[in-house]
Design a protein around this ligand. Structure first.
Ligand code: FAD
Length: 443
């Protein structure tokens, strides 16, 4: 589906709220502000087109799990704050289901849960440790549990599973349909979205685009990885590339062999992040990290395709699902995700300057952007709610290292992760020492 281009901002305007970026964060923020019926004038200014960022091209995991682990959150903010935000995330999946149904946004939403399969003996202890971490954090078997190989195989059949983690708190969506549907709803509510209107400078109560200026009481920054391209926020976030492939629609007889009728999101327990979904039109969309970080946090469309990584992804899909036979791959793409130095999401509002920002999702922004947007809105209009005191509020991560240390460090971490996975494949034992070393470097 090609993007529909909307009008550019050509004249100076004055509004209550200007939102920079037409991805989920910007669109959800506009949605919840407008639903308050306070008569606020709201505009969105977008450098390219609606859904140009990760929001239009992600893996469709609408997941209640955060980039921060429960252990880290409890250590940093206390156990109650960690549990509060986690239950809010579980409720966020239901909130997205509610709004998409209410607003008739057909985005293939289906909540089938999520599986991380231990696909080698080396992965068993890591996946079990992950489940144990949640148990220690106070979440019972209804939230997350270890399932035996037989139980996982009743869900979907891969080349090999030794069992895995299952949680019901994840849905799948079609990213492009969700982002375009949200934009349509906003426009029907009278909110203008200007495309091809890149913001080139931000000041208190005003932003300048390439052609015009917007004066506003509130300026909401919702650009995720692209904040790394702006002087003021250059070291607040790094763009890490996540790449994906998709098969052609797969025939019913192959699906009979694979199963996967509940369309759970699927990952295997290797160290490098992988993520997959069975799409509503019966393809497998499969993604992974591991693409190199580019010096100076560069973002470019040419980095969206990396033949070596895309080939590796296609090979992984065929290895994971031998039943695919000669099913063809029809799509490959990628894009940057935004990683703050401490992997911690934020919803920051400054009442004095009117500057607000939300993001820091590290590849988990599909559902989290909805909670961040509501958290921003509650703060902006002073709604008395526990969201305004959550651990997402006014969090400022420390900045990333200067170059070339940043480049060396991030690519070094990626290399260590690959070495660990290769060693696990060869030896069948967890590469715990390499991973512990990697994690110490990152801390
Ligand atoms: C390949 C891939 C797979 C992913 N898979 C998943 C997944 O399965 N589950 C999950 O939860 N998350 C996933 N993510 C991450 C998720 O897509 C993002 O976290 C989320 O979409 C971020 O939304 P956003 O609105 O904050 O940012 P974006 O969607 O990046 O939107 C930011 C917008 O700001 C615009 N912009 C940038 N600079 C300017 C400027 N100067 N002026 C005006 N506009 C500007 C951009 O053009 C862009 O449209 C994935 C991401 C990628 C790339």
């Amino acid at each position: 589906m090609a993007p529909v281009f909307r009008k550019q901002l050509l004249n100076d305007i004055e509004v209550d709220v200007v939102i920079i970026g037409a991805g989920y964060t910007g669109l959800w923020t506009a949605y919840y502000l407008s639903k308050l019926n306070l008569g606020l004038s709201i505009v969105i200014v977008e450098a390219e087109h609606v859904g140009f960022g990760g929001s239009g091209r992600n893996g469709g995991w609408c997941s209640a799990f955060l980039p921060m682990s429960p252990t880290e959150m409890a250590e940093q903010h206390g156990r109650d704050a960690m549990q509060f935000i986690q239950y809010e995330m579980f409720a966020t999946i239901a909130e997205i289901a509610r709004v998409t149904e209410l607003e008739r946004i057909d985005c293939d939403f289906h909540q089938g849960g999520t599986i991380t399969s231990a696909s080698s003996s080396a992965q068993i202890s890591r996946v079990k440790d992950y489940v144990a971490q949640w148990r220690t954090a106070g979440f019972d078997e209804t939230v997350i549990r270890w399932e035996s190989a037989d139980e996982i195989e009743t869900r979907l059949r891969t080349r090999k599973t030794y069992g895995g983690m299952y949680s019901p708190h994840c849905a799948v969506i079609h990213p492009w349909k969700l982002v375009q549907g949200l934009a349509r709803v906003l426009e029907a509510r009278g909110i203008a979205i200007y495309e091809q209107s890149r913001v080139v400078s931000v000041k208190q109560h005003s932003v300048r685009t390439t052609r015009a200026r917007v004066h506003a009481r509130w300026v909401v920054h919702a650009v995720e990885s692209f904040a790394s391209q702006q002087r003021r926020t250059k070291r607040s976030i790094v763009p890490l590339y996540s790449l994906m492939v998709a098969t052609e629609p797969i025939s019913p007889h192959i699906w009979n062999e694979i199963g996967w009728s509940e369309r759970e999101t699927f990952a295997d327990g290797r160290n490098m992040v992988t993520y997959a979904q069975r799409t509503a039109d019966n393809r497998i969309a499969f993604g992974g990290r591991g693409a190199p970080y580019h010096l100076g946090s560069r973002i470019s469309p040419k980095f969206d395709v990396n033949e070596q990584i895309h080939d590796r992804l296609r090979k992984t899909v065929r290895e994971t699902f031998p039943a695919l036979g000669d099913v063809k791959f029809t799509h490959q793409w990628g894009g940057p995700i935004g990683a703050p130095r401490d992997w911690h999401a934020f919803a920051n509002v400054d009442h004095r300057t009117g500057l607000c920002s939300g993001g820091g999702y590290v590849g988990d922004g599909v559902a989290l952007s909805n909670l961040i947007a509501r958290t921003l809105v509650h703060q902006m209009v002073n709604i008395e709610s526990p969201l305004t005191r959550s651990l997402l509020v006014n969090h400022h991560s420390r900045t990333w290292e200067l170059e070339p240390i940043r480049w060396l460090g991030i690519n070094g971490l990626l290399t260590l992760t690959e070495i660990a996975d290769a060693r696990e494949r060869r030896s069948g034992a967890p590469a715990s020492r390499i991973i512990a070393f990697r994690d110490r470097l990152l801390s």
